[in-house]
Ligand binder design. Structure first.
Ligand code: GLA
Length: 372
């Protein structure tokens, strides 16, 4: 899945010419960050649990140059143009909040950002469940760090993006996406223990191939459902007097919680166990065991966590009928993408046939990528 350097260079070259077209001069800084898939461990990061994302070879490029005045002007090939006064960032409820959130958080951490022009260009489907927002945040932090010689590393870049999302954007997300975009390496998964924020690279065995299908249904995290799920898990943990990570999925106290808290807690507790099982299965190159855990994750997200959609359920079912070892929604849910696990050499074909059968009944799904 590692992407040829020349290919990344070509994406950056396109971003540079976009900057020139928008602002009439050369950018002085350029930086990239990838989107991610999450192999398993969904809605566990903000509960201090385990997650297993992997960066994908689709990137966002941020280009920037200093300007005079007090404004940041931003232009994006996909999103439009806007500007705001640095130091007076306010929530607008639009994509600009991701940019303003980053400059606001950089300033809050003592990093000085002055007037500049920024261009953003992405290869990621927006709202497609591959974390285009974290890629934007991390690429932007990196470009601004270059431009203004800010002293921050990849972990702080992830923290700035995470704070921007939880602050100005108002989506109470965990730290998985930003860490995957900043610390993750192409061709590997990243096990994150979200209570200690420790990370460990996990090799992807040659025996499996992964494919991602965009269901064609868009999601938007700042819309209340995601924050509501998070609040429910917090209430479940509080009712049990601890963190959900310490709860055994078979603990009878879970079933005794009022609905939906018991189901929310059951999902998180069982999903944490599945992440650790998946790491073991990948270590043993056991695609079947990994696929079974992926299927179990989807069922739990659909029935205990209530974040699937009829389209994602149907796509998962079709993928299994076509011979996938496992299939699950990846990312927050409420739309977005499906991850397919297949035997090496079969993923692309299974994904193609899944989409063909789904779209034959009026869907608008598309294969986004296959790995490796
Ligand atoms: C979004 C959030 C992540 C995580 C996932 C669900 O991608 O940004 O922090 O909570 O949803 O696992």
């Amino acid at each position: 899945m590692a992407r040829a350097v020349s290919d990344v260079d070509a994406a950056v070259a396109r971003a540079v010419s976009d900057f020139e077209a928008a602002f009439g001069r050369r950018p002085e800084a350029r930086a990239t960050a990838p989107g991610r898939i999450n192999l398993i461990g969904e809605h566990t990061d903000y509960t201090g649990g385990y997650v297993l994302p992997a960066p994908v070879p689709l990137i966002t490029t941020a280009t920037a140059a200093k300007a005079s005045g007090r404004e940041l002007r931003v232009c994006s090939s996909e999103l439009g143009s806007a500007s705001f006064v640095l130091g007076a960032e306010r929530r607008t409820g639009t994509w600009v909040d991701y940019v303003a959130g980053v400059t606001h958080e950089l300033a809050a951490r003592g990093h000085r950002v002055a007037a500049c022009d920024v261009h953003l260009r992405t290869e990621l489907p927006l709202g497609g469940g591959l974390s285009s927002s974290a890629a934007l945040e991390v690429a932007l932090v990196r470009a601004l760090a270059q431009l203004f010689e800010l002293d921050l590393d990849d972990r702080e870049a992830a923290a700035v993006g995470h704070d921007a999302e939880n602050g100005l954007v108002g989506a109470h997300t965990g730290v998985m996406d930003q860490l995957a975009a900043s610390v993750g390496r192409q061709g590997e998964a990243l096990l994150i223990d979200c209570s200690t924020i420790t990370t460990q690279p996990i090799a992807l065995p040659k025996a499996i191939e992964l494919a991602v299908i965009d269901s064609g249904v868009r999601h938007r995290l700042a819309g209340g459902a995601y924050n509501l799920r998070r609040a429910e898990t917090e209430r479940a943990a509080a009712a049990l007097g601890g963190t959900l990570r310490e709860i055994d999925p078979s603990d009878p106290r879970l079933a005794a919680l009022p609905d939906p808290l018991g189901r929310r807690g059951l999902h998180v507790a069982s999903e944490n166990a599945r992440v650790l099982g998946a790491v073991a299965a990948l270590g043993n190159s056991d695609g079947e065991a990994f696929g079974n855990l992926v299927d179990a994750s989807h069922a739990s997200l659909a029935h205990a966590f209530d974040v699937s959609t009829p389209e994602l359920d149907r796509l998962a079912e079709l993928a299994r009928e076509q011979g996938a070892l496992g299939a699950r929604l990846t990312g927050a849910g409420f739309g977005g993408s499906l991850l397919i696990v297949a035997q090496a050499g079969r993923g692309r074909e299974i994904a193609r046939r899944t989409v063909e059968k789904f779209n034959a009944r009026g869907g608008c799904a598309a294969v986004v990528l296959t790995l490796p």
